[in-house]
Design a protein around this ligand. Structure first.
Ligand code: AMP
Length: 282
């Protein structure tokens, strides 16, 4: 695996791949890798000639400085994992300045309604930061396909919109959420949970499964009350929001019958760790 820490080195390698007419798959991550990230790499390897993974804890997408400073970083382990799965290239920028030479700030994209609801409303500036870093990465890596996790479903929608705005010929591939045997979605943030919190956090999966099996019995409003109840008995858990949203527009759902496809979105804090998950209802 080639490990590149400068833009210039990356651009040389990309030019060489393109000269050989090989397709490029791109897996952007913030590191502290787990099987969820590796599933993206493995999916990319099936359909692309070369796979580029990036590890960059992007400052502009954090709306909370405490969250940024406590974000887990395990670079040696990440490199070993990527070598094990035979990733071709790791882009590991040596500093934020490498990506943001004019200062660490977000650009402003017209991302529309999909970026203003749910995570957009609860994490101001988050999606502009995500779009900004991916704008730079897409220009540098020039991938044919980008591989992203369904766990961050709204982020996938935002990236599709960014690609339209950029007029970039990049296909977005959404990879199913990888879960622990308990149902808990794998996340870099899980390593900051105590063993007890890891057990308790399974309530997120249980609530989503309940919603999937029972939505037809309830209105969205009363189902919501049932789902909030899954967390009432857990003193350490604090629901930030639970939402039912149209799977295409991400508009909020007042009546099931107004929508062809609906997903449930859950954000819950366990102690000072913010966990996010979602699932298709129908
Ligand atoms: P992150 O490092 O958390 O920014 O995530 C990098 C990419 O991995 C994003 O596209 C995430 O959606 C994806 N990802 C994170 N966790 C999982 C998971 N459990 N299953 C599948 N993809 C995931």
């Amino acid at each position: 695996m080639k490990i590149l820490s400068s833009k210039a080195a990356l651009q040389l390698v990309i030019a060489e791949i393109q000269a050989h007419k090989k397709s490029i798959g791109f897996v952007p991550t913030m590191g502290a890798l787990h099987e969820g990230h590796l599933a993206l790499v493995k999916t990319a390897q099936k359909v692309c000639d070369r796979v580029v993974c990036s590890i960059f804890v992007n400052p502009t997408q954090f709306n909370n400085s405490q969250d940024l400073s406590s974000y887990p970083q395990t670079p040696e382990r990440d490199i070993a994992l990527l070598k094990e799965v035979n990733c071709d290239i790791l882009f590991l920028p040596e500093s934020p300045q490498e990506i943001y030479p004019d200062g660490v700030t977000s650009m402003e994209f017209d991302l529309g309604n999909i970026a203003s609801v749910m995570e957009g409303a609860h994490r101001p500036g988050h999606f502009q930061g995500v779009a900004t870093v991916l704008y730079h990465f897409f220009n540098l890596v020039q991938p044919n396909r980008v591989f992203m996790g369904e766990k961050d479903f709204q982020q996938v929608a935002v990236v599709r919109k960014l690609i339209v705005l950029m007029h970039a010929p990049i296909e977005v591939v959404c990879v199913p959420t990888q879960r622990a045997a308990s149902g808990l979605a794998l996340s870099s943030r899980n390593m900051r949970l105590s063993a007890q919190q890891q057990d308790e956090a399974v309530a997120i999966f249980d609530a989503m499964q309940y919603a999937k099996s029972n939505w037809q019995r309830f209105s969205p409003k009363s189902l919501m009350q049932h789902l909030i109840g899954f967390f009432d008995a857990i003193p350490d858990a604090k629901v930030e929001y639970i939402a039912f949203a149209d799977a295409d527009s991400l508009e909020g759902v007042l009546e099931w019958s107004d929508h062809q496809s609906v997903r449930v979105f859950v954000v819950v804090w366990f102690g000072d760790v913010r966990l996010i998950d979602n699932q298709l209802l129908f």
